[in-house]
Design a protein. Structure first.
Length: 95
């Protein structure tokens, strides 16, 4: 696909770092990583090619099975552990 060939843009990047030790939140947000056409292309590729699912878990707070409201996907991990899903070649330009 076109997205697989698209490389990160060389445009200036806007970095935002969020550090909140109380919440255990440590995020580095990068804006301007891709140009507008690459963003559209990657969005389409990810929507079409990724197997999205919702995570279920046992809530310690409510003592019942819960399902996350967000969809997620998993690639990588350590091949000695399950699940291990190799990162597909078409996704490597974003890694």
């Amino acid at each position: 696909t076109a997205a697989a060939a698209a490389a990160p843009s060389q445009t200036p990047r806007d970095w935002l770092r969020i550090e909140d030790a109380a919440k255990g939140l440590h995020v580095k947000l990068c804006r301007g990583y891709l140009d507008a056409e690459s963003r559209r292309s990657w969005w389409s590729t990810l929507a079409e090619r990724v197997l999205w699912h919702r995570v279920t878990y046992l809530s310690g707070r409510f003592q019942k099975q819960c399902e996350t409201p967000c969809y997620t996907a998993f690639f990588g991990g350590f091949d000695a552990f399950e699940p291990f899903v190799p990162i597909p070649d078409w996704l490597l330009p974003l890694v």
